[in-house]
Design a protein around this ligand. Structure first.
Ligand code: SF4
Length: 59
């Protein structure tokens, strides 16, 4: 509601793989269908896991 909005950085989003069983932002957002998957960015779970490991190299 307003001029300010947030954009998810797809290079840092793992769809919560490595942290939770499902995308947490979608679960906690009170408005349905506001956080949607970018159709240009189709990533396998294996790729998302590799991204997670790359973002958290110390373990
Ligand atoms: S909460 Fe999970 S699914 Fe949502 S932007 Fe963050 S990493 Fe991605």
């Amino acid at each position: 509601m307003g001029d300010e909005f947030y954009e998810i950085d797809g290079d840092r989003c793992t769809k919560c793989i490595g942290h939770y069983d499902a995308p947490t932002c979608q679960q906690v957002c009170p408005i349905d269908n506001t956080i949607i998957v970018d159709p240009q960015r189709t990533e396998s779970n294996e790729h998302l896991w590799d991204k997670f490991v790359g973002l958290h190299p110390a373990g």
